[in-house]
Design a protein around this ligand. Structure first.
Ligand SMILES: Cc1cc2nc3c(=O)[nH]c(=O)nc-3n(C[C@H](O)[C@H](O)[C@H](O)COP(=O)(O)O)c2cc1C
Length: 548
């Protein structure tokens, strides 16, 4: 590319781009759809729209000059742009990634080692789905990911576990022992000593008093009151307790009082799995405003960045999030349909065929008694309906024996496919290994026993989906948000329609490139150009040979 402007020319700040004249090879001006599309795709070059006799043409080369007397022939102009400019560049610096994007954790290793490694190798971050795994399984994932990535970016999901605080504590200890430096903390409603220990244990200061943060927390939230906890320093009371039991030093506790608890907050709107179904357009600005208020109060050296998740799966939704001020974007549901995900082939195929309206809320296994719900795929599975039936029975009766015998027989033959007594025996065996407290409570309270039996079905339904258990296909519990359907619609007719071609890293880069393409269209539109709608959509086309 030649010099766009002669450096000696002084231009008034109010000068419109329409005062510029373009000079170049007229063959370089394109007027046809494919030619214009190619120019828009050429992100490394500026894009210049020029009025000629035959209409407005577009080019990426030539010279611009300015005339004080007459109007030039340039109608619009955009500079080159790269994916690393999207969002907040400091996100890329902190985590050593090439773009402000990450793939969120998906429990039970659905966000698998392969998923995290594929993203890490392409310069992006994925959060390993630690939730629901044993400590041994987690340790093996840490080992694999670290040895495969050799310093490339990755993170681990850290789930708040109010019912089993030991699990959270041991998970954090495993992270600290194995040098896991970035966690995606989720499901917190209150702060725990384990989480604060992770943060404080990574704080050091140099001789000038500069605080270095070595253990990073990206906190996923959907409520303001929880966001506030992460936008503030760790509570003094918990820090002092950690010092008293020797988990952190007094110096680390002091340093923790001067930094926010999290480096980043992911604002999660209407998503797959646990969700408050909030619209991103409302929630994101509200949390950004809260961050600004608390930053004003605390004056942290590095303000907490705010990113966006929930419903992000097309170039337009990625661009929309960045334009609303998201420092980074996060995807979830779409990654479950990819080759690297831990979900079974049947589940990935079902996901790739889902439309936006094919999702619904269903009772959740982990907080069943509290009435918590998760967003799941309803097409191709009876799970949402069956889980709801169990929840309705739970709220109507005080124990399994109270349920009329005909209904119980129906449950055994139509939903459980097993005798209730056998399920109870399995449940006892499960909790004897994990949490005997649950069995003691169930022995004293028939309603609790009924909840545990029903939770067996809800828990197994996720496992059947992950493992691809053939005879339980109609019971698969598949967490999924409307973002899945939006993605499927976008990639229809391209190689990404087929789930066996979906790779987490490719999808991420397609979204980011599509976002830039879309931003260029919008940038030119703001300068008065209009485009045929056919040109406005970016289609995935990295692997040209796979185009249909
Ligand atoms: C199958 C599945 C499992 C998930 N499990 C977890 C989890 O264990 N921990 C977590 O923080 N988020 C979990 N999420 C949420 C994702 O990390 C991500 O924030 C969310 O899916 C983004 O919204 P989207 O589904 O609209 O893309 C899960 C999502 C899905 C679809």
């Amino acid at each position: 590319m030649e010099t766009v402007l002669d450096k000696n020319i002084v231009i008034d700040a109010n000068t419109s781009v329409t005062s510029f004249s373009w000079k170049g090879d007229s063959d370089a001006l394109v007027f046809d759809l494919q030619g214009i599309r190619n120019c828009l795709h050429n992100f490394e070059s500026p894009i210049i729209a020029v009025r000629e006799k035959d209409g407005v043409g577009v080019t990426t080369s030539g010279n611009l000059s300015i005339s004080e007397v007459k109007k030039g022939n340039v109608v619009a102009w955009l500079p080159p742009i790269s994916t690393s400019q999207l969002g907040d560049p400091s996100f890329c610096e902190t985590y050593g990634v090439k773009a402000a994007y990450y793939a969120g954790g998906m429990a039970n290793a659905i966000a698998s080692e392969e998923l995290v490694v594929a993203l890490g190798r392409s310069g992006l971050m994925g959060s390993f789905g630690s939730g629901g795994l044993s400590l041994n399984r987690l340790a093996s994932a840490i080992k694999t990911i670290q040895s495969e990535l050799q310093g490339a970016p990755y993170m681990f999901n850290l789930l708040h576990n109010p019912f089993e605080p030991d699990v959270e504590q041991h998970t954090v200890e495993s992270f600290l022992e194995n040098d896991v430096r970035v966690v995606e903390a989720a499901a917190y409603i209150q702060l725990t000593p384990a989480l604060i220990q992770f943060r404080a244990a990574g704080l050091t200061s140099d001789e000038t008093g500069n605080i270095e943060i070595n253990n990073h927390i990206i906190a996923k939230i959907s409520r303001k009151e929880v966001a506030q906890l992460f936008l503030s320093p760790a509570p003094e009371k918990i820090l002092q307790k950690l010092v008293a039991v020797g988990k952190i030093t007094r110096e680390q506790a002091n340093l923790a009082g001067n930094v926010p608890l999290a480096d980043d907050i992911t604002v999660e709107a209407d998503s797959g799995g646990h969700t408050d179904n909030q619209p991103l357009v409302s929630l994101l600005p509200s949390i950004i405003a809260l961050r600004d208020k608390l930053q004003e109060q605390y004056q942290f050296k590095n303000p907490v960045r705010i990113g966006a998740a929930g419903g992000i799966s097309t170039p337009e939704s990625v661009l929309g999030a960045y334009m609303m001020g998201a420092a980074f974007v996060v995807t979830g549901s779409i990654n479950q349909s990819c080759v690297e995900s831990g979900a079974s082939e049947h589940t990935r195929k079902l996901l790739s065929q889902a439309a936006m309206a094919d999702v619904s809320m269903a009772p959740s296994a982990d907080m069943f008694e509290l009435g918590a719900r998760v967003q799941v795929l309803k097409k191709g599975s009876f799970f949402p309906m069956r889980a709801q039936k169990l929840y309705d029975l739970y709220t109507t009766f005080n124990g399994i024996e109270e349920i009329p015998i005909t209904v119980r027989e129906d449950l055994e033959s139509k939903i459980f496919n097993r005798k209730i007594e056998d399920i109870w025996q399995d449940t006892v065996a499960f909790f004897e290994q994990r949490n005997t407290d649950q069995i003691t409570k169930a022995a004293q309270n028939p309603k609790k026993k009924m909840a545990l039996i029903f939770r067996w079905y809800l828990g197994m339904a996720s496992r059947w989906s992950r493992d691809g258990v053939e005879e339980r296909k109609m019971d698969y519990q598949i967490w999924c948000g409307p973002s899945m359907g939006a993605f499927n619609e976008w990639v229809q007719g391209t190689y990404l329609e087929d789930h066996t071609n979906r790779h987490v890293d490719d999808i991420a880069w397609q979204l980011l490139k599509g976002c830039i393409y879309r931003s260029r269209i919008q940038g030119l539109k703001l300068q008065g150009l209009s485009f045929p709608s056919k040109l406005e959509t970016y289609y995935p086309q990295l692997q040209e040979s796979l185009w249909k």
